[in-house]
Design a binder for this molecule. Structure first.
Ligand code: NAP
Length: 319
């Protein structure tokens, strides 16, 4: 089968299209013929190993799993003898940031992993980008314990994580203020937010609203900048560790002093979380934003674009 393979860490060019062995599903695995995947910041982070710590999971000297692609959507082609949750022909999508494998014509997945059937009317291209941004967003939203009627600010609402966070918070009936660039104002407004702030023409710290949760989905602000905007017992979470990894230190110290806290939750995503995500997808309350679509043959260009940090939502790969 054809696959995008990387055998060493580095820039997008380390990813090469080549022929590899088609996986054979084990007893509890299903073989998915992949029609769509994505290139996202998780793929790029594992490929570049820019943060050395990521090698603890991906392999110290060389990548252990040589095919990236943590998101995938496709059709079940074969099932192992003990598989009971899926049948041949099912349209499925899923997430796997342990083994990856979506940048290939086939991927073998354990049936109990985060994989489920694609809701009716959704194409493979629409289903593949549902999970990566959303699982980071969901993990952070849950950690904040924000509830219906509360106020939240999402900084960086145009990213994969930010745009998922806005939609998930809306689904929870939280009042959302979103911060984004001028060119995406209408797009973010269309997600039904309470207020949109254009960071290119306005200073979001001047807003009159107080927030129970500030989520910096692109890691460009800081607790110091956002603290005055937080209500008492307000929570600040960033997707980055901050200057000198200050958010780790602040997550240890702020629960001990004052009422405004920084949290650094560790993301995880299980099959039941995928089930939770499916509900707003089925009711039309959640649609991953798609910026560009590349073919598998253009995987290097896709990595290059994601690495600019300028994508709006998600980048889909068709296979
Ligand atoms: N290492 C990993 O494994 C990993 C995995 C996932 C996520 N992350 C981190 O999580 C963060 C978000 O990931 P993502 O996939 O959601 O990002 P993304 O989709 O790449 O985010 C890009 C968006 O962020 C916006 N943005 C850039 N600078 C901004 C600023 N100063 N203020 C407001 N918006 C700004 C961009 O819009 P503009 O046109 O305005 O620039 C663009 O729409 C990133 O920092 C990423 O590194 C890391």
């Amino acid at each position: 089968m054809r696959a995008a393979v990387y055998t060493k860490y580095g820039s997008p060019e380390v990813v090469k299209l080549m022929e590899v062995e088609k996986p054979v599903p084990r007893e509890t695995e299903i073989l998915v013929k992949v029609f769509a995947s994505t290139v996202n910041r998780t793929d790029c982070g594992f490929r570049s190993a820019e943060y050395f710590i990521s090698r603890l999971w991906s392999g110290l000297l060389h990548p252990r799993n040589k095919i990236l692609g943590c998101e995938y959507a496709g059709q079940v082609e074969e099932i192992g003898s003990k598989v009971s949750l899926f049948k041949i022909g099912d349209r499925v999508f899923g997430y796997n940031d342990k083994k990856f494998g979506g940048h290939a014509e086939y991927v073998a997945v354990t049936e109990t992993d985060a994989i489920t059937k694609i809701p009716d009317k959704l194409s493979y291209e629409e289903a593949a980008p549902i999970t990566e941004g959303a699982h980071y967003a969901l993990c952070n939203i849950r950690a904040s314990k924000i509830r219906k009627g509360h106020n939240a600010l999402v900084y960086g609402a145009t990213g994969a994580i930010g745009s998922a966070a806005v939609q998930l918070l809306k689904h929870m009936e939280v009042k959302v203020t979103a911060v984004c660039n001028t060119k995406n104002l209408e797009l973010i407004k269309s997600l039904g937010v309470f207020e949109v702030i254009d960071y290119q023409t306005q200073d979001f710290t001047k807003t009159e609203t107080g927030f129970d949760f500030i989520f910096d989905a692109v890691g460009k602000s800081s607790f110091k900048i956002c603290k005055p905007l937080l209500n008492n017992n307000g929570i600040y979470i960033s997707t980055e560790l901050g200057k000198h990894a200050e958010n780790i230190f602040l997550a240890l110290v702020t629960p001990l002093v004052g009422s405004k806290k920084v949290l650094c939750p560790i993301p995880s995503f299980k099959k039941e979380d995928l089930g939770y995500m499916k509900k707003p997808v089925e009711t039309g309350g959640f649609r991953p934003i798609i910026d560009r679509t590349y073919r598998l043959e253009e995987i290097v260009q896709a990595h290059e674009y994601v690495e600019t940090g300028q994508k709006t939502g998600n980048i889909v790969i068709t296979i």
